[in-house]
Design a protein around this ligand. Structure first.
Ligand code: 5GP
Ligand code: MG
Length: 176
């Protein structure tokens, strides 16, 4: 495993994002919505750094049908709280193609939220993004498959306190 973001780096950046979000929504109430499962660890830490009255909800989305990317996001489990008229902050783990974020944004706008903004822990530097923008980005990272701090490979590694690249994913030069 090659460590990309240490536990300390993540904690410092998450605290900073919490302060920025608190300032941006000062005097308003927030509905934080997390995308399961990848964003749970990030959201759990971020929430505790936001000093505002807020509600928490989550949903699960999938871009895969029968193990093949369908190019379309299916919302698999619905929200429990009403979002109409609420300020929604969507918290996700990583912006890769951006397809999930784009579909989620459209979904929440259709539910008449007062506003929808987004916060991601990581943004992959790739040129072919569908949705290139998140309002808050923790870290801009290279276009590699990362695990840890909520992110999985075959459902494992979510419990790692840091973000890393599996050594199998690295070429010889990077491993050295
Ligand atoms: P999208 O391509 O729609 O932006 O990303 C969809 C989802 O794929 C992300 O929310 C995340 O759960 C997963 N994903 C994208 N890149 C990575 C990665 O490097 N590692 C892991 N573990 N999951 C990823
Ligand atoms: Mg995800």
């Amino acid at each position: 495993m090659k460590i990309l973001l240490t536990e300390t780096e993540i904690a410092e950046r998450v605290a900073q994002l919490g302060r920025e979000i608190t300032e941006a929504y000062r005097g308003r109430e927030l509905t934080v919505i997390t995308v399961m499962n990848g964003a749970v660890v990030f959201a759990a830490d971020l929430l505790r750094k936001i000093d505002l009255p807020l509600q928490l909800d989550s949903f699960a989305a999938s871009s895969y049908e029968n193990d093949r990317s369908s190019g379309k996001i299916t919302i698999r489990s619905a929200l429990k709280l009403p979002v109409r008229g609420r300020h929604v902050l969507l918290v996700d783990d990583i912006l890769d193609t951006g397809l999930s974020m784009k579909c989620a944004m459209e979904y929440f706008r259709s539910l008449d939220a007062a506003s929808v903004r987004t916060c991601v822990l990581m943004d992959k530097m790739r040129k072919d993004k569908v949705c290139a923008h998140a309002d808050w980005v923790g870290f801009r990272i290279p276009d590699r498959y990362v695990v840890g701090y909520g992110l999985d490979s075959g459902e494992y590694y979510r419990n790692l306190p840091y973000v890393g690249i599996l050594t199998d994913e690295l070429d010889g030069q990077e491993k050295a």
